[in-house]
Design a protein around this ligand. Structure first.
Ligand code: ATP
Length: 430
């Protein structure tokens, strides 16, 4: 399967089966925005849940936060975003399309002309007004990253949670960037979701903690079943002004190796900048040594939408002989963990029995129901959306409470008792 062809197939499947729709489609769409359909919503929810479980709930020293998207604009002045968060932009003088200067060659990708305007900096912050008066005093910004909310709540968390360095504050939420060229489907959009951890460490421990987090985050993708990833260490001369070191985790998309997460050693830049601008002390007092210092911070910052796209591309398999499409998602991430079928739709006793299995399993997992067509068609339909197990209730079930469980990847069928189903599915979610 040619790679570009593969992306087209993923886009088409995502649309056809309710994962991803173009934003505001009935009005002709809007560039850089997408809507997630019922199955895409489940997929993103599962990605976020896996991250939250592994990054917050399973750790002793990481707590969560949910800050407002719109913050005091001073936050973004102090962080440097208002003055410096921009991309170089050029305009094609022939067709007047605008492009990221660092992402095009010498020809306009739209019309082929070679006549560009001078490069100018384009700020990516989305501006709005808070309150009924539209003047400079009411200007506010949609956050371009979730990290800002964490830094301004550093003191609140210290004062309320009895945390001790090293500790982390994690947040998942929407971020907005007025990208010059949204492109590559949901890879680069103007509204997206981030999962960010700010991990505060003692200066001097930062290099070691940075290396640990790079490995930790790289290995996490293996745990959720994503293959074809690599680490890319950013060269010193390309580092952001606040960073002592940054490693990107990249996935091999059909359009090339691209970043899905960045892990940065942001030093004490943010806490110091916000302390200076707000006049508040943002420091840590070590209760054992009485030493006071401004912690360094290690930041793993991942994009939910980019991970969702990487997972869809990675999971997409075609079996040409059987004309079967299988989405081999890790069961933890699959929108449905199982589907329940009555063998025949017109036998009320089979439908009733299958319904009890369905209702019972639904208490524990997201489970699909299908009674249309024949079993083969139902398998086909569930394979395409990545459902790991299909459970069929037949006439034997009425006698002995056993069902047939068919595995998405091996296509093997196994007979087991209804009482074993929950543990069997749960096992696959590890
Ligand atoms: P890029 O260089 O691709 O623009 P970035 O280095 O600016 O990305 P970061 O600021 O490090 O990105 O943001 C952290 C994460 O947020 C990225 O790894 C990515 O997963 C996600 N992200 C950033 N910008 C976008 C976007 N426009 N659309 C979707 N996800 C994004």
């Amino acid at each position: 399967m040619a790679e570009q062809n593969k992306l087209e197939k993923v886009v088409s499947l995502a649309k056809r089966r309710g994962f991803i729709f173009p934003g505001s489609e009935i009005y002709g769409g809007i560039g850089g925005f997408y809507d997630f359909g019922p199955l895409g919503t489940e997929l993103k929810f599962n990605i976020k849940q896996a991250w939250w479980k592994d990054m917050v709930q399973m750790r002793r020293n990481v707590v969560g936060l949910n800050a407002a998207i719109i913050m005091n604009p001073e936050v973004w002045k102090a962080s440097g975003h208002v003055s410096g968060f921009s991309d170089p932009m050029v305009e094609c003088k022939k067709c007047h399309q605008r492009f990221r200067a660092d992402q095009i060659g010498d020809k306009c990708p739209n019309c082929g002309a070679k006549d560009f305007s001078d490069v100018r900096q384009f700020n990516l912050m989305f501006k709005t007004n808070a309150g009924p008066v539209e003047d400079t005093a009411s200007v506010a910004y949609l956050r371009p990253e979730t990290a800002g909310g964490i830094f301004v709540n550093f003191k609140n968390v210290l004062d309320t949670m009895r945390v001790r360095v090293p500790f982390g504050i994690a947040q998942i939420g929407k971020a907005f960037r007025n990208e010059v060229n949204p492109k590559d489907y949901i890879f680069r959009t103007r509204e997206f979701e981030q999962m960010e951890l700010e991990y505060f460490v003692k200066p001097g421990d930062d290099d070691k903690e940075y290396e640990l987090w790079v490995d930790e985050r790289f290995n996490w993708y293996g745990k959720i079943g994503l293959r074809n990833i690599r680490k890319f260490v950013q060269p010193k001369e390309e580092l952001a002004h606040y960073s002592k070191g940054t490693t990107d985790i990249e996935y091999e998309f059909p359009f090339g190796w691209k970043e899905i997460e960045g892990i940065a050693n942001r030093t004490d830049f943010d806490l110091k900048a916000h302390a200076a601008a707000s006049g508040q002390e943002l420091a840590y007092l070590d209760p054992d040594t009485n030493e006071k210092y401004v912690p360094y911070v290690i930041e793993p910052s991942a994009g939910v939408d980019r991970i969702a796209l990487a997972l869809l591309c990675d999971a997409y398999h075609e079996n040409e002989d059987e004309e079967r499409v299988v989405l081999k998602l890790h069961p933890r991430l699959a929108p449905y963990k199982a589907a329940v079928f009555p063998l025949l739709k017109n036998k009320p006793e089979l439908v009733a029995k299958a319904d009890t299995v369905y209702v019972e399993l639904k208490k524990h997992f997201n489970v699909a129901w299908d009674e249309r067509g024949n079993i083969g068609k139902r398998y086909f339909s569930q394979d395409e959306i990545g459902t790991p197990y299909c459970i069929t209730v037949d006439f034997d079930t009425l006698q002995d409470d056993t069902v047939t469980v068919r595995d998405r990847d091996s296509m093997k069928q196994e007979r087991m008792s209804i009482s074993e189903l929950r543990a069997y599915i749960e096992n696959s979610l590890q």
